[in-house]
Design a protein around this ligand. Structure first.
Ligand SMILES: *Cc1c(COP(=O)(O)O)cnc(C)c1O
Length: 389
């Protein structure tokens, strides 16, 4: 059996690009300085920070002032959702939020927290492919709605939402619109004007940058209540000494991901389709989760009848293949993924689902290896524990 690790979990995290690490290293050591210090090392760090901000603004198509460096995707989502909602309520605009049912927990749990401090929450449904429908958003908006949050592309099933259309509806209604674009970087266009977003969050470790650093784009004049209090960094929107090495890495990784996006997305889509059709052909009673067309180029999420996704993952892991399941194992009991459940999938189907997410290292050989091994694994599991039905 191959000792090689086949990493098919790029939606969970990606390895830091060695070229990016190289660019970061000096800022940990000989170039280290606090950007707020007036001496030469401080000024050099401030310059690096300014340059990084400019690079990020170029990719997002916005002004440097609209960029807030954060500690990652979860922090960006919290600042967007809680920061914008609380600031709006303080201005007497209302206390109603609209969030899709398939959001990452960073958004969902932030919205649920706001319920505990007096906000009302409307959850937007999705169809069986995981898609939010514009008419459902129109119906959910109220005069007191202050914020809508719908992710650009889902991390579990890869469904791409009609963000520009949803954003236009919000703009017309005068409601702020946030999109969690974490999974979209390097795969889909990120122009904030074309997307009609007021707030957009990303995190570097999903695009070959370092972990623990992200960006929140906040359109000019968007009211935001800081969620971390302290110094005046990031135009008083996010206190704390800037993580200069990580920010330098984020900006370079984002620029690189954007530059190669068209060819990368094309390459991964072909691999993805090979993986999906290969597994559907070779494994009876299997199906694709998510939208077949409006789908991230790197996402393949499949459901297999009469098997636990967790059991498949264990066998795959023994063969050196890293993948993920939507279900989180909580205190011994399998809780089905909130995303698959929201799409209307049964608990059995949801628990029999596995996500494969491709990336830079992925090759045809990786896909072939998976196609060679997985059918027998599923068959073995089905024989050991035959389906009750
Ligand atoms: C990974 C992820 C996050 C969280 O980002 P962190 O940097 O890990 O906090 C948020 N949203 C989506 C869609 C993600 O995939």
């Amino acid at each position: 059996m191959s000792k090689r690790i086949i990493y098919l979990d790029h939606a969970a995290t990606t390895p830091l690009d060695p070229q990016i690490l190289e660019l970061m290293l000096p800022y940990f050591t000989q170039q280290a300085g606090n950007p707020s210090s007036i001496h030469q090392l401080g000024r050099a760090s401030l310059q690096a920070l300014d340059d990084a901000r400019e690079q990020v603004a170029m990719v997002l198509g916005c002004s440097r002032r609209e960029i807030i460096f954060t500690g990652g995707g979860s922090e960006g989502a919290n600042l967007a959702v809680k920061g914008a909602a609380l600031a709006q309520r303080a201005r007497g605009r209302g206390a109603h939020l609209v969030v899709s049912t398939i959001e990452h927990h960073a958004v969902l749990h932030a919205a649920e927290y706001l319920q505990t401090v007096g906000f009302e929450l409307t959850l937007l449904p999705v169809d069986v492919t995981g898609m939010v429908h514009p008419d459902d958003l129109r119906a959910a908006l109220r005069p007191d709605t202050v914020l809508v949050s719908v992710m650009y592309a889902n991390n579990e099933v890869g469904t791409i939402q009609p963000i520009a259309e949803l954003g236009a509806i919000c703009r017309e209604a005068g409601v702020l619109f946030h999109s969690d674009a974490v999974q979209a970087v390097g795969m889909l266009p990120l122009d904030v004007e074309a997307l009609n977003v007021d707030l957009l969050s990303i995190t570097a470790h999903k695009f070959y940058g370092p972990t623990g650093v992200g960006v929140l784009y906040a359109r000019r004049n968007t009211p935001l209540q800081p969620q971390i209090h302290g110094g005046g960094q990031e135009r008083r929107r996010r206190a704390g000494t800037e993580n200069v090495p990580a920010i330098v890495g984020l900006a370079a990784a984002l620029t690189k991901a954007e530059a190669r996006r068209p060819t990368y997305a094309t390459r991964l889509s072909a691999l993805r389709d090979q993986l999906i059709s290969g597994l559907l052909e070779r494994i009876p009673q299997s199906r694709l989760n998510g939208d077949p067309l409006h789908r991230l180029p790197n996402n393949a999420n499949l459901g297999f009848d009469c098997v636990e996704g967790e059991s498949i993952l264990l066998l795959l892991d023994q063969a050196g293949i890293c993948a993920s399941s939507g279900s989180a194992c909580t205190s011994g009991s399998l809780e089905p993924s909130h995303v698959l459940t929201a799409m209307g999938l049964s608990t059995e189907w949801a628990n029999g689902s596995v996500r494969f997410s491709l990336g830079q290292s992925s090759s045809e050989e990786d896909v072939e290896y998976l196609l060679d091994l997985l059918p027998a694994m599923v068959e073995r599991l089905r024989t050991v524990a035959p389906c009750a039905a």
